[in-house]
Structures are given as C-alpha cells and as structure tokens.
Design a protein around this ligand. Structure first.
Ligand code: NPQ
Ligand code: MG
Length: 380
C-alpha cells in the first residue's frame, strides 16, 4: 500500500540489524501517576544497508506502567517476531514495514522503532530528511515541558520557575488524585494566568471524577490529558460532557482507527501524537492528517527520548496541524549528556528541526559504546 503524499524513494538492501541496549541516568527523577523513573534502559535499533546506516529508538519503558509494552518485551518481540519478517523481502522501503509487521498484534513501540531505523537508513541513502519526508512546513517549533509530581508545592514552584526561566513556552503538570487542583492553583497564582498551562493524569482518575476535574475549569488550562484508563473511551466522553476544559487523549490513541473512534464518540477534542505509541512516524502522520480533516488540533508527545527519537519528534511536530506546543523539550531537560553529537537545544523557547539526511543528527559512537549494556546482531 502506497500512502498519499509521501515521496517515492528507492528502497534499501538491509544487510544486518543490531538491537542495542543502553543505560542512561535522568538529570532528576521523573514522577508520574504510574511511578517514578530515575534511569532508563533504552533499546535502539540500528539498520545497516548496502549504502547507509539508520537508527530507531524504542520508547518502551523499563516496566509496563505507561502501557503494556516494556523494554525487555520489545527486545524479545523484535528478535523473534518482527526483525525476521523483514527478511522476506530482498529490498525494503520504510513504507513497506508496517504491512510486513501487520500480522503481529500490537507491540507498536517495538514496530515503531524498527520502522524508524529503516526510515532513517532509507532517507540517508536518498539524502532526504525525516522532516521533508513527513511534510514539515516549518524550520522550528515552540517547546513545551512536562513537569513531574513534586515532593512539595514549594519544590514544584521552584521547578516550574526554572523551566520558565529557561524559556519553555508551555508547562504541563503531571497530576494524580490528591495532586490535582492545588498544584494548578498555586502555579497560576505564582506565575499568572498568561502562561500556557495543561495537565496530564496518565489514566489515574475514574468515571466518578467529572465534578472534581470540572474544578480545573477555573484555571484556563489548554487541556486535560488522559484522565481515565486507556480502554475507557466512553468514560472520556462522559468526562468531556461534564468539563469545559478540552479533553486530550494520549494512551487511548493507539492507531488511526482508535483516533477516529475517539473523535466520533466525542471522547476528546485534542489528540497527543506519539509515534512510538501508534507504531511509527508513518501512522503518526496518518493520524495528523485525519485530525486535520476533522478540525482536531494535535501536539507531539514525548517519551523521555535520547537525541535520536527527539530529533524525529521535532520533525514530526513541524507538520501543519501540530498547532499546540509539544513535549519536545531540549535534550538537557532529561540528560546530562546525549548520545548524539548535536542534541536538541532551546533557543528563545523554540527548538530547530535538524535539516540533515534522515533524523538529521549523528550518533556519538564513542559515548554510545560507553553506555551500551548489550548488543545483539541479526542477519537474514
Ligand atoms: C506522557 N511523557 O505524556 C509521557 C509519560 C511518560 C514527557 O510526560 C519511561 C518511558 C518513562 C516512558 C515517563 C511525558 C516515562 C515514559 C512518563 C512516559 O504521558
Ligand atoms: Mg501523556
């Protein structure tokens, strides 16, 4: 199946695929309603072709807490079920990958990482950037930041103050039952009504919490992200009918089908797009397009990516219907040192889209080797 609006590029001959795991500590612990992350075990996919190399980043977490996927499971399904399916074709294009992997149910983060690596390799061979391939219309995008649940309200105020000082143009507060109205009230009273502000519950509330969430209407938030569990689309429609603030879905939107379903059922009026969650950048573009046709704004989510995934996210975020600032923070929001030589940086609250071929950034192979915990090579 050929997609509308994607450039038709020469395929590549894949010689080998490496599954590499790295260990990276976060600059500070990141607490959400589902847990606290202090370090990440990240799976990278490296594709070697006759003429190029490509990298893809798997966004699965150390544990299956954000969603059912986790890094060890992604590694297993890539090695035993996904990578072997690529060997069925002698030469391959990124636009073929999803169809080859389609018989395997779910495992979208694993599939997305493999597709991203093939895409990076194919685009480098064809001297085209991910941004051009996806249909970017801007050279830079505004940068938002996601702020974890803090030890205290004072600590939260200090953290948010630091990000505003750094230039971030939009703040997202993580919330959970008991850390919901008060943090929002204090951030508004401290920093004023003008800063673009939103909240993310990561599925921590219930269908009975409509009246509680409606109290957030007083604070002029851009949106409330994923208040209820992933599979409760009808529950989100119920909450949306009780709350003035727009409801945005993240975890629930696992595919373009799920996006259409949630929109038609009025469960959300805004969608967070994460390529990993939906199985890759091509499906992410498809969701962008269908939301644009329905006048549903989208924004680009983040999954604590290194410079590889972060560069591709910034490219995605520069498509025209990404009209809200994304969680496309600078690399130093999460990492003291990135695995790429030219990590994403903040300039007046904006980030630039890398212009080079593929994801547009180069891996710092010596540093990468120093943080590598395992490597596994697969061949046809
Ligand atoms: C979200 N991201 O929007 C996610 C949640 C999240 C930047 O808020 C390891 C892997 C840790 C994935 C922590 C942001 C994670 C993770 C949080 C995703 O819901
Ligand atoms: Mg979220």
């Amino acid at each position: 199946m050929k997609l509308e609006g994607f450039p038709d590029l020469a395929p590549v001959n894949v010689r080998s695929i490496e599954l590499r795991r790295i260990a990276l500590g976060l600059v500070s612990p990141f607490r959400t309603s589902f847990g606290t992350e202090t370090a990440r075990d990240i799976l990278l996919v490296r594709v070697l072709t006759d003429s190029s190399e490509g990298w893809g980043e798997c966004v699965a977490g150390n544990e299956p807490l954000y969603s059912s996927e986790y890094v060890e499971g992604a590694h297993h399904v890539l090695r035993h079920h996904l990578v072997p399916r690529l060997w069925s074709k002698p030469s391959i294009a990124a636009l073929d990958v999803a169809d080859l992997l389609e018989p395997v149910r779910d495992h979208r983060m694993a599939k997305g990482a493999l597709e991203a690596a093939v895409l990076d390799a194919q685009l480098r061979a064809n001297d085209m950037s991910v941004a051009s391939f996806l249909g970017s219309t801007r050279p830079s995008v505004p940068s938002g930041v996601s702020v974890g649940i803090a030890e205290s309200i004072d600590a939260l105020v200090a953290t948010v103050g630091g990000y505003l000082e750094a230039g971030y143009v939009r703040i997202k507060l993580k919330i959970e039952p008991g850390w919901d109205i008060e943090p929002v009230r204090v951030i508004r009273s401290t920093f004023g009504d003008d800063i673009p502000l939103q909240v993310d519950a990561n599925a921590a509330f219930t269908r009975d919490d409509g009246p509680l969430l409606a109290r957030l209407d007083d604070f002029g938030l851009l949106l409330i992200e994923q208040p209820l569990p992933e599979d409760d689309v009808t529950g989100h429609a119920l909450i949306a009918s009780q709350v003035e603030t727009p409801i945005c879905l993240d975890e629930s939107i696992v595919s373009s089908r799920a996006a259409i379903d949630a929109i038609e059922r009025r469960a959300c009026s805004i969608i967070n797009i994460k390529a990993g969650r939906v199985g890759g950048y091509i499906e992410a573009r498809r969701i962008h397009d269908l939301c644009a046709e329905r006048d549903v704004p989208v924004w680009c989510g983040g999954m604590l990516e290194t410079g590889i995934g972060r560069a591709m996210n910034v490219a995605l975020a520069s498509l025209p219907n990404f009209t809200l600032p994304g969680d496309v923070s600078a690399s130093d929001r999460f990492w003291s040192r990135d695995i790429v030589t030219d990590p994403i940086r903040l300039a007046d609250g904006w980030v630039s889209i890398p212009a080079g071929p593929g994801c547009g950034v180069e891996v710092d192979i010596a540093f990468l080797d120093s943080v590598t915990t395992s490597r596994f090579e697969l061949r046809p």
